[in-house]
Write a protein of this length. Structure first.
Lengths: 214, 320
């Protein structure tokens, strides 16, 4: 414990920098991931025949071991932040995409029919009915993606994009378990922290009528 | 007025849902489309607000072909109540009920006034219920809100797709009566789909009996019972109902005391309690008056009108 604290304090510069890089990587990857997967999810929910292939492709990406995916990308894009981001975005896609799709498609048909029958346009239906009702699902998808991304971002070090993986890798190379822990612990804390914040947002975002009676 | 002109519908899988249907639904009347499941009644109704599009033929609302009108605009002018209620669970009762007025861009004051009025009409206290959410309400209350929502935009036409079939018998009965009263009061054209003959006989001005995408018979409840056009219609109405009607017709007015009304009626004739139900109905029709005051000696038993008598004759309600 003492050695861990000593290591942590003496390497605090390195850890701090890596920590910020880690947040940066995860955050950007998630933001772009949401930016792609959310509209795509809405699209495949609208045109269901595209759902199978598109979700299938993202699912295939998901099955590639993360280390291998980073490895694939290096010869294509080279090393650096961009490579790390692309890999992370690819991983973030599936949970968000699938949950958005599921969230929208599991809405009771009668609700959609009622909305259409009242004279709502497709846009109004999406904004006022489908999106709010699917929001709890979508938020759950984003939470999954977040925890996943924060974890996988430790591998960014192998493509030279930094992050807390740097600290862990250094610890591993120098057989310094305390340093490994000093890198791994912040990752875990970060993942939990992100998750708590999103959980809070999810709670706030869940429409009031859905909390009662269910 | 709604007109169907030689409407057919063939689904993608080749099933012919509707075969050359022509039908006129007069304004301000309550028309029930009834038939076994798969007879095309719901498809026919949904063509009015373009949720279904005819394969050939045309539907006219107030003389205008619906295919020439923007679907979204058309739907805002037609109320719609569906079987599984379909209230939006994430919206308060107030937002649910104000949906169409909001889509139409009414002022807040006008919308609120309208919603309050309708809530009172269906017997739900606006103060208490408007801030609640659908899942906090019982099925019967939810469907009342469904009716309020359909009427809020003040449509001339309201489509109802088996609106009460998912409710318990007591709520169903209440809502049927309330809806009939509202229809008379607000003078709406209502197209009502059901598979429940009791319901149809109770509420309809005109009943359209359908089978396999075709219309078998159109008529008032009494016409259908008195002269079913073929075996199918007769079976569908039920031989037991026809007999009951005949037997009630031969009974004396005083047998129906439980269904008498006590309140003063505007125009009435005085009759003796021992005349036959059939005679009483004829009297009401021929004299063009609303009700009869039934007297036994000098004792006034109460008032009856045509609908009380018909209901007693046509439905399962116990007459002792």
């Amino acid at each position: 414990m003492q050695t861990f604290l000593d290591t942590f304090l003496s390497r605090s510069d390195l850890i701090q920098e890596a920590f910020l890089q880690h947040i940066y990587l995860s955050f950007i990857a998630l933001a772009i991931g949401i930016g792609i997967a959310l509209p795509l999810g809405i699209f495949v929910a609208r045109y269901r025949k595209f759902a199978e292939p598109i979700i299938g492709v993202t699912a295939v990406f998901q099955t590639i071991p993360s280390l291998a995916l980073f490895g694939f990308l290096v010869p294509l894009i080279g090393i650096g932040t961009m490579t790390a981001l692309i890999a992370l975005i690819i991983y973030a896609l599936l949970p968000i995409l699938r949950n958005t799709y599921t969230g929208i498609t599991t809405i009771d048909d009668s609700i959609i029919e009622a909305g259409r029958g009242m004279g709502m346009t497709t846009g109004q239906l999406l904004r006022q009915i489908e999106f709010p009702l699917a929001l709890p699902f979508i938020m759950a998808g984003i939470r999954t993606a977040t925890v996943l991304t924060v974890g996988i971002a430790t591998l960014a070090t192998f493509v030279g994009a930094g992050g807390l993986g740097d600290v862990i890798y250094r610890g591993l190379q120098s057989y310094n378990n305390a340093l490994v822990l000093a890198g791994a612990l912040p990752v875990a804390i970060l993942a939990i922290l992100f998750d708590l914040v999103l959980k809070w947002i999810e709670k706030k975002a869940t429409p009031k009528g859905l909390k009662t009676g269910r | 007025m709604i007109q169907f002109d030689k409407v057919t519908k063939v689904f993608k899988d080749g099933t012919e849902a509707l075969k050359d249907i022509s039908l006129t639904i007069p304004a301000e009347s309550l028309v029930v489309l009834i038939g076994p499941s798969g007879c095309g009644k719901t498809t026919l109704m949904k063509m009015i607000n373009r949720l279904e599009v005819p394969t050939s033929g045309e539907v006219y609302v107030d003389g205008k072909a619906v295919s020439s009108v923007d679907a979204v605009e058309l739907r805002k002018t037609i109320g719609y109540v569906i079987q599984r209620i379909g209230l939006f669970p994430h919206m308060s009762i107030e937002r649910n009920a104000s949906l169409v007025p909001n889509l139409k861009g009414w002022t807040k004051a006008k919308t609120t006034e309208r919603v309050y009025e309708l809530m009172q009409m269906v017997g739900l206290d606006p103060q208490e219920y408007l801030s609640k959410y659908p899942l906090e309400l019982s099925g019967g209350q939810q469907q009342r809100i469904g009716v309020v929502r359909a009427l809020a935009g003040n449509p001339a036409i309201v489509l109802m797709d088996e609106p009460f079939s998912a409710l318990d018998p007591i709520s169903r009965e209440q809502l049927q009566m309330e809806m009939k009263n509202i229809q008379k009061k607000l003078k709406k054209t209502i197209v009502f789909v059901t598979h429940d003959m009791d319901e149809a006989l109770k509420i309809a001005d005109t009943i359209v009996i359908m089978r396999n995408g075709q219309i078998e018979q159109i008529g008032t409840p009494t016409e259908l019972i008195e002269s079913p056009i073929n075996q199918f219609v007769q079976d569908f109405i039920g031989i037991e109902r026809i007999n009951r009607k005949r037997s009630v017709g031969k009974r004396e007015l005083q047998d129906l005391i439980p269904s008498f009304k006590r309140s003063e009626q505007s125009s009435y004739l005085t009759v003796e309690a021992n005349i036959l139900v059939e005679e009483a109905i004829n009297l009401l029709e021929n004299e063009g008056i609303e009700s009869l005051l039934v007297k036994k000696g000098i004792e006034e038993l109460g008032f009856v009108n045509q609908s009380t008598l018909l209901r007693a004759m046509l439905t399962k309600e116990e007459v002792s």
